[in-house]
Ligand binder design. Structure first.
Ligand code: SF4
Length: 205
C-alpha cells in the first residue's frame, strides 16, 4: 500500500538516533497541538509523495554506507509514524539488518501499533507533552489515555535504556511544577532518560 509522506531528510547527525540517520516523515497525526511545527502533516494538501516500503527502501538506500559506518539508520517521524505500523514493519523486514531503527512518537495510538513495531525499534523518542490529562487535552485536543497505557506497556516489555522521554515546557499550557510532576510519575514507572526543553511557539509567545 502506498503511504502518504511529508518528506525525507538525509544526513542528520545525532539529532535523534546515533550516527547518520535519514528521517522518514509520515503524513497524518491524531493530535492537534496548538504549536504544531509540522502543520503540513495535518493538511490534506500537505502530502509530499506516496510510497510503499520498497519505494522508501530504494530512496534511502543511497546512504547505506553512511548508516553502516556510523551505526546510523532510519528515524521514523511525522506526523505520527505509529499510525503507519504496517509500513514500518514491512520496511524493517526489507532493510539491511545493520541499519538501526529509531522512532519519534507521541504514543497516542492503539496498542497494536506499538506491539507490531517494537521488535524492530532500537530507540524510542517519546514526546509525552504533559502527563496531566487536563493540560494534555487543552494542548492537543485529545486525551492521553493511550499514551499512559502505552508507556505502561513499554515499561513492562522494553529496556528503559531504549527510551528517551521528551518533557517540553509548553508556554501558556504547563509550568516548571507541572513538568516536575510529570517527571516524577514517569520515574516511578522506571523511565530515567529525559529530554527537557522549551517548545518554540509560532508567534514567539
Ligand atoms: S504530535 Fe507533532 S505533528 Fe502531531 S499535531 Fe502535535 S506537533 Fe503536530
Amino acid at each position: 500500500m502506498k503511504t502518504p509522506l511529508i518528506g525525507l531528510c538525509r544526513h542528520r547527525l545525532t539529532t535523534d538516533g546515533q550516527g547518520v540517520t535519514t528521517l522518514v516523515a509520515f503524513h497524518g497525526c491524531p493530535l492537534r497541538c496548538k504549536y504544531c511545527l509540522n502543520a503540513q502533516c495535518l493538511r490534506s494538501d500537505g502530502v509530499w509523495r506516496r510510497m510503499d516500503a520498497l519505494d522508501i527502501l530504494n530512496e534511502v538506500m543511497v546512504d547505506d554506507l553512511y548508516f553502516k559506518a556510523t551505526d546510523g539508520g532510519i528515524t521514523f517521524g511525522g506526523g505520527e509514524p505509529l499510525l503507519r505500523s504496517d509500513e514500518i514493519v514491512g520496511f524493517c523486514k526489507l532493510r539491511p539488518v545493520e541499519w538501526r531503527i529509531y522512532i519519534e512518537t507521541s504514543l497516542n495510538v492503539e496498542r497494536r501499533h506499538l506491539e507490531a513495531v517494537a521488535p524492530y525499534i532500537h530507540h524510542y523518542f517519546i514526546d509525552v507533552k504533559d502527563m496531566n490529562p487536563d493540560i494534555y487535552h487543552r494542548y492537543t485536543s485529545i486525551d492521553n489515555t493511550h499514551v499512559i497505557e502505552n508507556l505502561r506497556w513499554l515499561a513492562e516489555h522494553e529496556d528503559f535504556s531504549k527510551v528517551t522521554i521528551r518533557l517540553p515546557h509548553i508556554p501558556n499550557y504547563n509550568t516548571a511544577e507541572d513538568i516536575a510532576h510529570s517527571r516524577e510519575q514517569l520515574e516511578k514507572m522506571g523511565f530515567f532518560d529525559f529530554d527537557c526543553f522549551e517548545y518554540i511557539t509560532p508567534n514567539g509567545v
